[in-house]
Ligand binder design. Structure first.
Ligand code: ADP
Ligand code: MG
Length: 648
């Protein structure tokens, strides 16, 4: 057997521990819940493994035993679960191997050096085992893996190192892990029986493993604090809201309150109990690429896995568990992916959660708004992934729109407020909400009181491309094709703006097209604009440009050039049209063509395609502007060459 060895923590662990030791975190109580949860996990893992190797279980049941030792200022949490080998002790307690802490590490990195922020993060997400160092000056973990003859002790005082040493078999538990905390002076109340009893009953009353408290005096017998019956197996009527909340926090490792709790026994082709929670706060790893659900699978009270596909990926934020009466206990990895009973359960659970979300939306809009804010971008993945339930998901969707900039707008209400002759649901898509809201493409819609959905979540670009419509109305981009706006009446019919003469503007359009050549497919007028002189739109059959940008296909378009649309009532366009009609001002119109194109590109969040042309024309225009009499204040002192629009 090898000897004691001292090792350094992985740098990130050391940093995290430093935070733990030095933070005066307001409720260090959570450390107990974390250690109990680890002990319970270890017991459930053993129960599961013993399904295939009964000898591992041995005599006696599984239990977690807590021993507060007031005289010694120590607290011990012991379990007879799966235990850890030497390598597992090093890997699990010396690195940030777990995905949860990995997220925490990244979040810490982003907030580098801000200890206060770090503390807030601890409070929000918990950091498992390491939280013991909030209250302990030394932590010792003695563990024997199930079935092993060896036992090992891991010790650390929370500074940069830990020690790992063999433990004589007689000094080690027969199986499982004993965590001993030497409490810091200001935390000795955790060695009080009464404190522990209160905390356990409060935080961990529904752990599915019995929790015992052991007295240290001779006459002090061991008492049971928690009986270990599974909460979900009890009838609903016997469970309080507080008990559900505690269980949610225990099972999801969360700190918020669930927005929605679904507890139901399902009977029929299969029998199972589901206890599911929709959190009210988004966790760190919501957008992890693996998109795995986090619902635990039990079979007849035995924990099987937290890796089974039990819900549609777009509902992966749902937490909780499913306990099946019918599945075999020895489900293999492959069976998890292919078992038809699991597939059927997944469909039923997905349907149920959507139904309950709808109910919540209808009865408690305020709570539902939180859910949508936290998880809307994930739910919207269902709009293109799950065509069958698309309408159900549309009914859950809430939008920011031009008339409801704060969000919360339902599509059904959008439809109810359609303007006369409006035949489509209009949307604008882009990465930046503020830029989107200021887009010139929206002007003509605003002038007609036509509401536009403002879609700025990356996922939006995906579903709008495949959505056929809602209640018979197609989705249509404001930057695409002819916007059909001519059919819809202006809000202010008294002050209809004066427009350039049709024939004049046709001449102007032709001149501009000639100047810009192949950079645009067409130059024409439209009703899309109100205050801007021009904008770019995609041809009717072409792809929406902003959308292509988001899905990363920019430049691969089908060679479709954009259309430059002119606003016939803009003073600048009116004036240019008039001049074009008389056949004069060719240079000015040439300059204007480049500037209008560049400005439209800038408003779309792009750079002017031909920066040199744009810049030359802009300088020419500025030169004219500093020379003009009304602005002549500084003109004398600036030497301007080649002014007066003779740019060619
Ligand atoms: P988490 O429980 O979220 O994985 P923790 O920091 O609480 O993270 O624990 C880290 C790992 O250490 C666990 O995943 C588990 O593998 C191991 N571990 C901790 N406590 C125990 C225990 N009592 N018995 C067995 N393994 C444990
Ligand atoms: Mg844990």
């Amino acid at each position: 057997m090898s000897q004691a060895e001292t090792r350094a923590f992985e740098a990130d662990v050391a940093r995290l521990l430093h935070l733990m030791v030095h933070s005066v975190y307001s409720s260090p109580d959570v450390f107990l819940r974390e250690l109990i949860s680890n002990a319970a996990d270890a017991c459930e893992k053993l129960r599961h493994t013993a399904q295939t190797d009964a000898s591992l279980m041995g005599e006696g049941g599984l239990a977690i035993t807590i021993t507060p030792d007031k005289a010694a200022g120590r607290l011990t949490i012991a379990d007879n679960g799966i235990g850890m080998s030497r390598d597992e002790l090093i890997e699990n307690l010396g690195t940030m191997a777990r995905s949860g802490t990995e997220k925490f590490r990244r979040a810490l990195e982003e907030k580098d050096g801000e200890a206060k922020e770090g503390k807030a993060l601890i409070g929000q997400f918990g950091v498992g085992f390491y939280s013991a160092f909030m209250v302990a000056s030394e932590v010792s973990v003695v563990s024997r893996a199930a079935g092993s003859a060896e036992a090992w002790r891991w010790t650390s005082n929370g500074s940069g190192e830990f020690t790992i040493a063999p433990v004589p078999a007689d000094d080690a538990p027969a199986r499982g892990t004993t965590v001993t905390l030497t409490l810091r002076e200001d935390h000795t109340d955790y060695a009080e029986e009464a404190t522990i009893e209160r905390l356990v009953k409060h935080h961990s009353a529904h752990v599915p493993v019995p929790i015992l408290i052991a007295g240290t005096g001779e006459e002090d017998a061991t008492r049971e604090l928690v009986d270990g019956t599974a909460l979900w197996a009890k009838p609903k009527s016997e469970i309080t809201a507080e008990e559900y909340n505690d269980f949610y926090r225990f099972t999801a490792g969360a700190f918020d309150e669930p927005a929605l709790t679904i507890h139901a026994r399902v009977e029929g082709r299969q029998e199972y109990t589901q206890l599911l929670f929709v959190p009210s706060m988004a966790p760190f790893d919501l957008f992890e690429p693996d998109r795995k659900g986090r619902i635990k699978l039990y079979v007849r009270r035995v924990f099987i896995t937290d890796d089974a596909p039990l819900i549609a990926p777009y509902l992966r934020f749902v937490r909780g568990l499913v306990d099946s009466e019918d599945l075999p206990l020895n489900l293999s990895r492959e069976m998890l992916q292919t078992n038809p009973m699991l597939t059927q359960m997944k469909n039923a659970i997905t349907r149920r959660v959507l139904t309950e979300l709808k109910k919540l939306a209808d009865t408690d809009a305020e709570t539902y708004a939180k859910v949508w804010d936290a998880f809307g971008p994930v739910l919207k993945e269902g709009l293109y992934e799950d065509a069958e339930r698309r309408d159900e998901i549309f009914a859950l969707a809430r939008f920011k729109t031009t008339t409801h900039p704060d969000g919360g707008r339902k599509l059904a209400d959008y439809i109810a407020d359609l303007k006369d002759n409006q035949t489509a649901i209009y949307y604008a898509v882009g990465e930046d909400h503020a830029r989107l809201a200021a887009s010139p493409h929206l002007e003509g819609f605003a002038a007609r009181g036509v509401e536009v959905l403002l879609l700025s979540d990356p996922v939006d670009a995906f579903w709008v491309r495949t959505a056929l419509g809602f209640e018979g109305k197609p989705f249509k981009s404001v930057t695409q094709g002819s916007a059909d706006l001519d059919q819809i009446a202006l809000k202010d019919t008294k002050h209809v703006p004066e427009e350039a003469k049709a024939s004049d503007i046709a001449t102007l359009s032709a001149l501009i097209k000639e100047t810009l050549g192949e950079r645009v497919s067409e130059v024409k007028t439209s009703a899309r604009l109100a205050t801007s002189p021009a904008c770019l739109v995609a041809p009717d059959m072409g792809y929406d440009k902003a959308l292509e940008k988001i899905v990363g296909r920019q430049g691969q378009g089908l060679g479709m050039k954009p259309i430059l649309e002119l606003n016939p009532s803009h003073p600048l366009i009116r004036e240019l049209s008039a001049r074009a009609a008389t056949g004069g001002a060719a240079d000015t119109i040439g300059d204007a063509a480049w500037l209008l194109l560049g400005a439209a590109q800038i408003m779309d969040g792009d750079a002017p395609a031909d920066a040199t042309e744009f810049n030359t024309r802009l300088m020419t225009a500025m030169a004219a502007f500093v020379k003009s009499p009304a602005r002549s204040d500084h003109a004398d002192s600036i030497a301007v060459e080649g002014g007066d629009g003779n740019g060619d």
